[in-house]
Design a protein around this ligand. Structure first.
Ligand code: 3H9
Length: 688
């Protein structure tokens, strides 16, 4: 019928197969023939039942996101679903891979849904700053109940075929050839005869007699939304499904969708969706990659242990190396404990835990790394120590093994030069806890071979990381920009802001926490040690550390954690200390507003990002956004610092940076030439 859609017959069952690689998105060129096919089959008396299936690796994974923001081309998904619901003969969605967003909404337009046992279903629109706009918020509650629908839609989480079956979303789960099963299912249903009730007229889900319970759940979810509009709209739409007649609820869903799709937040989240996929694209993608089966990790501390778990979780065998049996056993013990916690939380089965643990081999002998295809060093952050480790690796690693360092700051070119095989050396900068955090900065050193780089980019994806390739500089992309963000924090304190005010400005902006709360969580001693190593000082933070106030772990830092280990309470002693230090410097405190706090911390962050782009340390502005959204909690609704700069207005950034530069003379405020160019051209392209 079209290049993107075929209609075939198995006796009196018609099979509509959508074929729109890679993920069968419902692009205009699919919707048009799909509508025609459905109308034709509806009116064809020789057809007893209709199966909608997909070719390739997945069922429809949603609307075509690239079409958002452009004029809508008819027929819309909603019209297709409405047409499906006019069909009197049974319609069956045959779901394999993922039925997501508009894909699941299409399936909800069918009378029945059958799924492959490995299929996953969900309405992840919220992650794009949207709500399901094809009737999902109104139909899903009718099958699974309002509370379950609310949880699925507000979180955007996917559920497996079995769970979907148990919840009433899917009518049968099959293993083996799905289309054959779906056709048999369709024939049997058609034989039994109708009438077949469309989902819009059903109400099979658990009845929430108590709207208060729904509202309590919705209020709980809204608290976690942190300024994002989409989760609130999702909750409202599901509530409408319960309280309004079907058509009114559907119209309300549409109105919310239209509003959200045009919002800056959704544009920002869609930007991040494509940015994450773009970041994984490196020149020479088709280069033959090296085979990776066994991974060696040097260092079983917090970082090494987390990295080891990340690889084990991805299915790899891991050799964990430590300096002594005692330290090794401690590290393996922590890994064991972490997996046990996952079992208690229900995210891992007891069997899976034992399987994971069986993937680990402990050793205290470098020779045991000889069969590893990739070796990641996660030892103390000191150039001499790192070079010693790489010297030993050079002697034992097999030819072609990739040698990676997890350094956060050190010069990887220098580390590479200390081996006889710099082409095999690169950086894998994981973020703590490495088994949880999604970001991985892959650092390409001067001599890193293209196929070594391509191999780890591919590997990162296999272990579920969001990878960004960066160049060598102090702190790479993330930590270098973090330093620019932090540069003014102390100054703001001395000039009159309190830690609470600064943190509040950050959380109001959408960050999960502000810099001082973050410092207390991570441990103030880490920054203190780094500063001492580099001969730097930070008068307030250093004094707190001298007093043994390292943050949450000592119950005191910038805040007090006496009542609860995690709840920060402002400490009058810290505020007095700040006032004393300011007086010593002759600074008269003044009132500082949230706007100034953002200007003096986040504008330099963007400015540093522009310098990083100019230097070629990051290949694209969107790569920087991916780093910040995935590794540092930059609010996704603002799309990352470089995208946000566009929203904020580069001219405004420049004006304020110039102002602060004139006033303070500090380098962090010196406007990067690329930022000035961006203000003129509207693009972060370096032209290089
Ligand atoms: C929606 O449905 C709104 C409706 O409620 C209302 C309508 C009125 N569109 O992720 P991958 C591209 S909103 C366009 O690397 P995987 C992607 O950019 C949508 N393109 O593969 C990439 O392109 P490239 C709700 C899309 O196997 C390529 O496909 N649905 C779309 O790791 C491969 O993607 C979602 O939010 C799309 N919908 O993961 C689901 N999806 O190769 C979004 C993907 O040029 N998609 N592309 O870089 C996903 O979560 C994952 O892609 C999926 C496959 C799990 C399906």
């Amino acid at each position: 019928m079209s290049d993107f859609l075929k209609v075939s017959r198995d006796g009196d069952v018609a099979i509509v197969t959508i074929d729109n690689p890679p993920v069968n998105a419902l692009s205009f060129h699919v919707r048009e023939p799909l509508m025609q096919a459905l109308v034709g089959l509806r009116d064809d008396p020789t057809v007893a039942a209709i199966v909608i299936a997909c070719a390739g690796r997945t069922f429809v994974a949603g609307a075509d996101i690239t079409e958002f923001g452009k004029p809508v081309q008819q027929p819309e998904l909603r019209a297709i679903v409405a047409t499906l619901e006019t069909i009197a003969k049974p319609t069956i969605a045959a779901i394999h891979g993922t039925a997501l967003g508009g894909g699941l909404e299409l399936a909800l337009g069918c009378h029945f849904r059958v799924a492959d046992a490995g299929a996953k279903l969900g309405l992840p629109e919220v992650k794009l700053g949207l709500l399901p706009g094809g009737g999902g918020t109104v139909r899903l509650p009718r099958l699974v109940g309002a509370v379950k629908a609310l949880k699925m839609i507000v979180s955007g989480a996917l559920i497996g075929a079995e769970e979907a079956h148990a919840a009433g979303l899917v009518d049968a789960v099959f293993k083996g050839d799905l289309t054959t099963h779906a056709v048999n299912f369709a024939r049997e249903i058609a034989r039994k005869g109708g009438p077949f009730t469309p989902v819009r007229d059903r109400n099979d889900g658990p009845r929430e007699t108590d709207l208060a319970a729904f509202d309590a759940e919705a209020a709980d979810l809204a608290k976690k939304a942190r300024g994002l509009e989409a989760p609130i709209a999702c909750a409202q739409a599901v509530r409408n499904a319960v309280t309004l007649p079907f058509d009114e609820a559907l119209a309300a869903e549409r109105a919310l969708f239209v509003e959200l799709v045009a919002s800056d937040q959704s544009r920002a989240q869609r930007h991040l969706f494509f940015a994450e996929r773009e970041a994984a694209k490196i020149p020479g993608k088709d280069i033959i990659k090296r085979r990776i089966a066994r991974i060696g990790i040097i260092g079983a501390g917090t970082m090494g242990g987390g990295i080891a778990m990340a690889f084990a979780n991805g299915g790899y065998s891991v050799t964990l190396l430590e300096t002594s049996q005692e330290v090794l056993q401690r590290g393996l013990g922590t890994i064991d404990k972490n997996y046990a916690v996952s079992v208690t939380r229900g995210s891992l089965t007891e069997d899976a835990k034992w399987q994971r643990l069986a993937q680990f081999t402990g050793s205290t002998n470098y020779a045991d790394l000889a069969d590893c295809d990739l070796i990641v060093e996660a030892v103390f952050e000191d150039m001499a120590v790192k070079k010693e480790v790489f010297g030993k690796l050079d002697a034992v690693a097999k030819p072609g093994a990739i040698l990676a360092t997890n350094t956060s700051y050190l010069d990887i070119n220098e580390i590479a030069a200390s081996t006889s095989r710099p082409q095999d050396v690169l950086g894998l900068h994981f973020f703590s806890p490495a088994n949880v955090m999604k970001l991985l900065e892959i650092v390409r050193a001067e001599k890193t071979a293209p196929e070594a780089l391509a191999t780890v980019v591919d590997l990162a994806r296999r272990i579920g990381k969001v990878a960004v390739v960066v160049g060598v500089c102090h702190g790479f992309v993330g930590n270098r920009m973090l330093a620019a963000r932090g540069a003014e924090s102390e100054a703001l304190l001395l000039e009159g802001a309190t830690p609470r005010q600064i943190d509040q400005a950050f959380t109001d902006f959408g960050w999960p926490m502000g810099p001082f709360q973050m410092g207390d969580l991570a441990g103030l001693d880490i920054g203190w040690r780094n500063r001492k190593a580099r001969g730097q000082t930070a008068v307030i933070a250093d004094t707190l550390c001298e007093q043994g106030r390292f943050g949450q772990k000592t119950g005191r830092g910038f805040y007090l954690y006496e009542a609860s280990e995690r709840t920060p309470v402002p400490d009058p002693q810290v505020e007095a200390l700040i006032r004393d230090k300011a007086a010593e410097k002759g600074i008269v405190p003044r009132a500082i507003g949230a706007e100034e706090i953002i200007e003096r911390t986040l504008y330099p962050l963007v400015n540093e990002g522009a310098k990083i782009l100019e230097e070629g340390i990051a290949a694209r502005a969107s790569d920087i956004d991916v780093v910040w959204a995935n590794g540092y909690g930059f609010p996704v609704g603002k799309g990352g610092p470089m995208f946000w700069a566009g929203l904020e207005g580069p001219a405004k950034l420049i004006e304020r940076l110039d102002h602060w530069h004139q006033r303070t003379g500090k380098d962090v405020f010196k406007v990067a030439p690329l930022l000035r160019r961006m203000a003129e051209t509207g693009s972060w392209e370096t032209g290089g």
